[in-house]
Write a protein that binds this ligand. Structure first.
Ligand SMILES: O=C(O)c1cc(C(=O)O)c2c(n1)C(=O)C(=O)c1cc(C(=O)O)[nH]c1-2
Ligand SMILES: [Ca+2]
Length: 591
């Protein structure tokens, strides 16, 4: 049984953390946090103050937009570091700095939680979890905390949901969600809505049966669990001729929420194992969006982006809730740039989810058409991986985009998509039996192939879409790099994003895509950026810390075309916080 260590427990630290950063020395700072912490109510989650970033994408609609505008297109050149903080951990730092009235919370791989003074960078407290020694981590990352009341919640890689006192970092409860020894793990930030703390689990490459589970924030008791693969007798079960028990549909990115409909929208992962002919049928609800009522976990709607997935195209990114003007009316839309390379627009309602449109945003050679009524794609069967064959297809198995979230600015009405163009992949299907806790791919991981399309002039591409007209209005291309950068839009008409193998973090003009500012960081930036204000100063915050599949794609690219793409991206996590030059901390007097 894994045990956890609170800030004062002084327990055994995970191996990659230097001894100088062990917990137990921060008590006076924790008292500061105690005095200042403002409780996070449902009301505040629904309508957060502009100065705060209280959840994964700031607002329930998942737009990743901060209304703050002190930093804008006229002065962004004056952005300089206000402070930075080294986490002492390697691998993928992806969590947004979540900020509640001057207190910042970040997580690192291994589910470490760090609380910092958002103005000064002072360490308030640090929580580390003692992980079991036999734990292997296929995706070593953690995507952040959820706040509620005076608690925070973190989902751990050994599959526990942990509640901490947000003021002190003391553990209040830790509930086992699933068994890590059977290939279950968690990487997402929990979602708090309708009085429940919701999490989903990873494990699509291990043949898990995906689920979303709702927990009582006070007691930690599970209120409900809804499987993303319907069991016998449940609607959708007929889409599985076999293999539903190990069918995938994992959940590893935070859902979004519509308070008016009281529905949470979750994206679901790839079907398992990878080769579709090993599990004939559409395989609901894999590679779908699923609408759940947070009170009881009941499914109230779904839309499957592509059926019988065979490309590892997880559609886990939850769709953005956007009011889209189209054909003379306002559509309460769900907008999703899919891993399958199509930009989807759906309409949400109490009755369910209705297809509106789907258009490719990168080169895609698999779909031969989209049914205009249902949105169901038809396939070029020669591009569909299968058992006992090698099949190539575009985009690669990492898709038109992987997990890094897109953002939407209600001011410019543009959707910003961090895409990877001009990449193709190949998979070789092999027969494989399911063994609990072992990879269940029906493909050799060493046989995953990545290639750059002949004549390609770039890979990474930040795209801006006018979603009213399904039109790409600008794009910024990265010649020598893939793009794994979560995007943030701001009220200053700026778009912030890192994600390239040259370690830059950049600001773009939201209207035309010009790079207005860039700064070189310690590592590659795959962290979700956030923005907040303390004492009248706006800050931009992001973690730099390359790893996981951004690194795997880097290795594959360097292998495919070393002359163009070989680049060492150093690892190691650092929180970076930027503010306008005249507003950073006071400098010592010159003598
Ligand atoms: O099927 C799954 O359960 C699952 C989980 C995760 C994860 O938890 O991060 C990834 C993937 N799949 C995946 O397919 C993928 O490309 C991926 C990239 C990353 C990353 O952090 O860079 N995680 C994951
Ligand atoms: Ca997957």
């Amino acid at each position: 049984q894994p045990q956890s260590t609170g800030p004062s427990a002084g327990g055994v630290a995970p191996p990659s953390t230097p001894p100088s950063q062990q917990p137990g020395t921060q008590a006076p700072r924790a008292e500061q946090a105690e005095r200042r912490f403002t409780p996070v109510t449902d009301q505040r989650l629904r309508n957060p103050e502009p100065r705060n970033w209280l959840m994964y994408r700031r607002t329930y609609d998942g737009q990743g937009y901060s209304p703050l505008d002190q930093i804008n297109t006229n002065n962004v050149q004056d952005l300089v570091p206000a402070w930075s903080f080294s986490t002492g951990v390697n691998e993928g730092h992806q969590a947004p700095p979540i900020v509640n009235d001057g207190i910042m919370y970040i997580t690192t791989p291994q589910a470490q939680v760090i609380a910092l003074d958002a103005k000064t960078g002072d360490l308030l407290w640090r929580y580390k979890r003692q992980l079991p020694e036999d734990l292997t981590q296929l995706h070593p990352t953690n995507r952040g905390v959820a706040l509620y009341g005076d608690r925070l919640f973190v989902a751990t890689v050994d599959c526990f949901l942990v509640a901490l006192d947000a003021k002190t970092g003391k553990e209040i409860w830790a509930e086992q969600v699933e068994d890590y020894q059977k290939g279950h793990y968690m990487t997402l930030a929990p979602l708090v809505a309708g009085g429940k703390v919701m999490v989903g689990g990873s494990g699509g490459e291990y043949g898990v049966r995906g689920y979303v589970a709702g927990y009582d924030p006070d007691s930690g008791k599970q209120a409900w669990r809804t499987f993303m693969i319907p069991g016998p007798g449940e609607p959708g079960h007929e889409t599985w001729q076999k293999g539903w028990e190990t069918g995938g549909g994992s959940i590893w990115i935070t859902g979004h929420y519509d308070p008016e409909l009281n529905l949470a929208y979750w994206g679901t992962g790839n079907a398992a194992p990878w080769m579709g002919d090993a599990r004939p049928g559409d395989n609901l609800y894999t590679t779908s969006v699923v609408a759940l009522n947070p009170n009881d976990g009941k499914i109230r709607g779904h839309h499957q982006y592509h059926h019988n997935d065979s490309w590892d195209w997880d559609e886990v990114s939850a769709p953005l809730l956007i009011d889209v003007q189209r054909d003379g009316r306002t559509i309460k839309a769900l907008v999703h740039p899919g891993r399958n390379g199509y930009l989807w627009t759906l309409e949400r309602g109490q009755e369910g989810i209705r297809f509106v449109s789907g258009v490719p945003y990168v080169n895609q050679d698999v779909f031969t058409g989209i049914d205009p009524k249902t949105g169901r794609p038809s396939y070029n069967e020669a591009r569909k991986p299968r058992l006992d064959a090698k099949v190539d297809f575009c985009p690669s198995l990492w898709g038109g985009k992987d997990w890094p979230p897109a953002a939407y600015s209600p001011r410019t009405r543009l959707l910003f998509v961090p895409a990877n163009e001009n990449l193709c992949g190949a998979l070789t299907g092999i027969r494989m039996d399911y063994v609990p806790g072992q990879l269940f791919l029906t493909a050799g991981i060493e046989d995953i192939a990545l290639s750059v399309r002949p004549g390609a002039t770039h890979i990474g591409e930040l795209q801006a879409w006018d979603i009213a007209n399904n039109r790409k209005v600008w794009s910024h291309k990265f010649e020598k790099s893939q793009l794994w950068g979560p995007v943030m839009a701001t009220g200053g008409d700026l778009v912030f994003m890192g994600g390239t193998n040259d370690r830059y973090f950049r600001a773009f003009d939201a209207k035309d895509g010009r790079v207005l500012w860039q700064v070189r960081t310690n590592s590659g930036v795959t962290g979700v950026p956030s923005s907040y204000e303390v004492d009248g100063t706006q800050y931009i915050a992001v973690q730099s810390g390359w790893g996981v599949d951004a690194q795997r794609m880097q290795d594959a690219l360097a292998n495919a075309d070393p002359a163009n793409y070989k680049r060492d991206v150093p690892q190691g996590g650092v929180v970076w916080v930027y503010a306008l030059r005249q507003r950073t901390q006071p400098q010592p007097q010159r003598r």
